[in-house]
Design a binder for this molecule. Structure first.
Ligand SMILES: Cc1cc2nc3c(=O)[nH]c(=O)nc-3n(C[C@H](O)[C@H](O)[C@H](O)COP(=O)(O)O)c2cc1C
Length: 206
């Protein structure tokens, strides 16, 4: 079954390296037949958080915020591609994630981290797991850390280190399983208005 997926990338640096990892993930997901949209905080620049998306009247948020909101809302699941900055996620990624809430609910996420060094950004994935759980998009058990990001992929996102071509299959198998399972649950088992988190939001408790 074709899934609608958002790849959320987190760096806005001029010399950013991780965009290659994002391109790699997009290519691998498209090869599996999915519809994939890249959310890039450099291209879809949001202000530092003042009002969350839900605090705007429908259709009145800044253009970039409306675009990201519609991509998140239509997505079945999310792949987060994050660097490790000081053992945590980059600020542009956190800022983007924090603007939204119900758009994530009952949809899984997969965490891809990277770093220039040998540890693949694994310390950022610890903080990301907590953030994503709080947002209502629990992350799948497997993760996809990428070390030596500067030499792992070419500019088109092809793996130079071909171990990544082999490893990514198992990660995406698991990601698809959760994405399909939660999509089935959302589509067939409960109607939107019966989902507990949405009821709380409607009552202003969240
Ligand atoms: C502000 C900052 C903090 C960083 N902190 C870490 C770190 O804690 N651990 C690490 O392995 N690499 C760290 N790095 C190196 C990054 O892994 C490397 O620069 C990577 O390419 C950043 O991703 P980007 O190029 O997509 O922005 C840091 C880089 C920056 C700019």
């Amino acid at each position: 079954m074709r899934l609608n997926l958002a790849v959320i990338y987190g760096s806005v640096r001029e010399s950013r390296q991780g965009i290659r990892a994002a391109c790699f993930m997009i290519r691998k997901l498209e090869e599996r037949g999915h519809e994939v949209t890249l959310i890039d905080p450099k291209k879809h620049a949001l202000p530092f958080l003042d009002r969350m998306y839900k605090e705007y009247e429908p259709g009145t948020a800044p253009e970039a915020m409306e675009f990201v909101g519609s991509v998140l809302k239509n997505a079945d699941a999310f792949v987060i591609v994050s660097a490790e900055y000081n053992h945590s996620e980059p600020p542009a990624l956190k800022n983007l994630l924090d603007h939204y809430q119900s758009e994530y609910h009952y949809k899984p996420s997969g965490i891809v981290t990277y770093s220039a060094g040998p540890f693949g950004g694994v310390r950022a994935l610890i903080t990301l797991r907590a953030i994503l759980a709080e947002l209502g998009t629990p992350s799948i058990p497997s993760v996809f850390p990428i070390s030596a990001i500067g030499s792992a992929f070419d500019e088109q996102g092809n793996a130079i280190d071909t171990a990544y071509d082999r490893r990514v299959g198992k990660f995406l198998d698991e990601f698809e399983w959760y994405a399909h399972a939660l999509k089935r649950a959302r589509d067939h088992e409960v109607c939107d208005n019966e989902l507990p988190m949405q009821q709380e939001i409607c009552r202003g408790e969240n």
